[in-house]
Design a protein around this ligand. Structure first.
Ligand SMILES: C[S@@+](CC[C@H](N)C(=O)[O-])C[C@H]1O[C@@H](n2cnc3c(N)ncnc32)[C@H](O)[C@@H]1O
Length: 185
């Protein structure tokens, strides 16, 4: 599942890396660019940036010879994603997520994407975050803030750093701790 599809570059790469082990690929995007940039993110990012419509997105995938019947788009603003989460999951038969790639750059939508993923992430799922180290690695902005707040809200999850696979990118192994191991307070 990719949150932030833009022109389809990373989806094409994911398709060619994983097409023999993953059946369905999901592309979530507004298809009209960033929405929800906070004041402290505006030095680097801005609403409307990275806009690519859905038709062009699929055109690019087809040009890269991707089997587009396996790429399912979910169009809409991530800020409203959790209002429609149940119907999106049911409609697309989403039961779990093996690999999530969050590439929407900024805090608010990234946080909503993590909340959407909460019931879908399993022990051993992979979480990739582009721009994790963007904005000077500020823990109060962007993807760092999203993961920090999500971890505080959902203590059943632990995110083990797997690697920094680029100057801004980080991947994590998801650990989901069984509720029976929680201490009572
Ligand atoms: C940097 S681009 C993604 C690049 C893409 N992975 C690629 O390789 O081409 C960021 C994407 O996040 C999407 N995005 C940002 N905020 C969003 C929001 N609130 N709702 C939906 N999509 C959003 C933008 O539309 C854009 O396509």
């Amino acid at each position: 599942m990719e949150f932030g599809g833009y022109v389809g570059s990373t989806m094409s790469a994911a398709y060619y890396s994983l097409k023999n082990v993953i059946r369905n690929f999901y592309a979530f995007d507004s298809f009209c660019g960033l929405i929800g940039t906070q004041e402290n993110e505006k030095e680097i990012f801005g609403d409307g940036q990275y806009s690519c419509n859905e038709k062009s997105y699929y055109h690019n995938l087809a040009f890269a010879d991707v089997d587009t019947s396996r790429i399912h788009s979910v169009a809409g603003d991530f800020l409203a994603l959790n209002e429609n989460a149940k119907s999106i999951k049911e409609k697309n038969g989403m039961e779990y997520c093996a690999i999530a790639h969050i590439d929407c750059d900024i805090f608010l939508p990234a946080y909503e994407c993590l909340k959407f993923l909460e019931p879908l992430l399993k022990q051993g799922s992979f979480l990739l975050m582009d721009d994790y180290n963007a904005m000077y690695c500020d823990n109060n902005a962007g993807l760092r803030k999203a993961l920090r707040l999500f971890s505080a809200k959902y203590p059943a999850f632990q995110f083990e750093l797997h690697q920094f696979y680029g100057p801004h990118q980080a991947s994590f192994i998801v650990h989901k701790i069984a509720k029976k191991y929680f201490f009572r307070r």
